[in-house]
Every structure is written in structure tokens, then in C-alpha cells.
Write a protein that binds this ligand. Structure first.
Ligand SMILES: [Fe+2]
Ligand SMILES: [Fe+2]
Length: 182
């Protein structure tokens, strides 16, 4: 099993023994009622937004740490990259949601500033540019690229999990393996 996939699986069973300091880094943000409330929203079919955020931020943290980047900024920004409080598939909440893919990074950045007033310019930039490469808004930091690519990696796996019975069975087997190795 490669290290990236192993870290991705770990994000499904995250605790203080296996988190490599991640939970401490995002303390006050990740455990806030605002972020925890994201569990109620579907993000990618069977995967809710809190799990998506957990996976993206943990991977961004691990990769940035490995590359000697600002892993704190990457982890904090990734924890808030999809911080919006609505179901983006909900047609009744208005036509503006149709442009969700382009607009939600800005809403997330506004909500992030409200939740975490110490939000830096770099962290804000990571959030507002996280839809790259699906949009042309290139991140302005290396941490931004890490978060954007982690986001697409996780989204792809989440869609496979929801759409492929074979993938899901293998994922659940691998998850058991990771748990048993601890
Ligand atoms: Fe997003
Ligand atoms: Fe995302």
C-alpha cells in the first residue's frame, strides 16, 4: 500500500495516536461546532462534507510536512476549504447554487474568516483558489497546490467509493488492514 493511500485511509479513523500532531494543529477549528456541523451535508454522494474535509486536510498536512512546507497553514486552510452551510445540490435554495463550483471558495473564505479571525492572507488564498485545476484560478503558494491536488484526489476516491461496489469492498478491506496494523 503506498503512503498516500495509507494516509487517506488513516483519515477515516483519525485519533490522537495516529494523527501525527494534526489534531493539535487544527485545534479550535476542526473541533468547532461550525466545522463539525458539516457532517449533516452530503459532499460526494455517500461521503459527507466533514469526512471530505478531514481527508483533504489530513493529506495536505502530511504532504506539506513531508515537503518541508508550511504544514500549519495548509492544514488550517484545508480544514476550512469547503466551509459553507448548505447542500449544494439543493435546487430549492436558489439558482445561484448552479454556479456553486465557482462561487463556493469565496463563501468558504468568508466563513473561515468569521470562524478563525487570525486567518492569514496565504490561508485565504489557499481557500479561494482550491478549485484549481477545475477553474483557472491558480493558487499563489506551494501549499495551495498541495491542498488543491489533495482535494481532487479525495473527491475522486469518494466518488469511486459511492459508485463502484468493487472499489468500496476493497476500500473497506484496506481500512480494516490499516486498523489492524496499529
Ligand atoms: Fe470545494
Ligand atoms: Fe473539497
Amino acid at each position: 500500500m503506498n503512503k498516500l493511500y495509507h494516509a487517506y485511509l488513516t483519515a477515516y479513523e483519525l485519533n490522537e495516536q495516529n494523527d501525527d500532531g494534526f489534531l493539535q494543529t487544527v485545534a479550535g477549528i476542526y473541533d468547532s461546532p461550525e466545522v463539525q456541523s458539516l457532517q449533516q451535508y452530503e459532499q460526494h454522494l455517500e461521503i459527507d462534507r466533514l469526512q471530505h474535509i478531514t481527508s483533504v486536510s489530513f493529506l495536505s498536512y502530511k504532504i506539506s510536512k513531508k515537503l518541508g512546507l508550511d504544514y500549519q497553514a495548509a492544514a488550517r486552510a484545508a480544514t476550512m476549504h469547503d466551509l459553507f452551510y448548505y447542500d449544494w445540490r439543493d435546487g430549492e435554495t436558489g439558482g445561484w447554487h448552479r454556479l456553486h463550483g465557482y462561487k463556493h471558495p469565496k463563501y468558504a473564505a468568508l466563513n473561515a474568516k468569521e470562524l478563525y479571525p487570525a486567518l492569514t492572507k496565504k490561508e485565504r488564498d489557499i481557500i479561494t483558489h482550491h478549485m484549481w485545476p477545475l477553474t483557472f484560478n491558480l493558487p499563489n503558494s506551494r501549499e495551495g497546490f498541495v491542498v488543491s491536488l489533495s482535494d481532487k484526489y479525495c473527491a475522486t476516491r469518494e466518488l469511486f467509493y459511492s459508485l463502484s461496489k468493487r472499489y468500496k469492498a476493497r476500500f473497506l478491506r484496506d481500512l480494516e488492514e490499516v486498523k489492524a496494523c496499529r
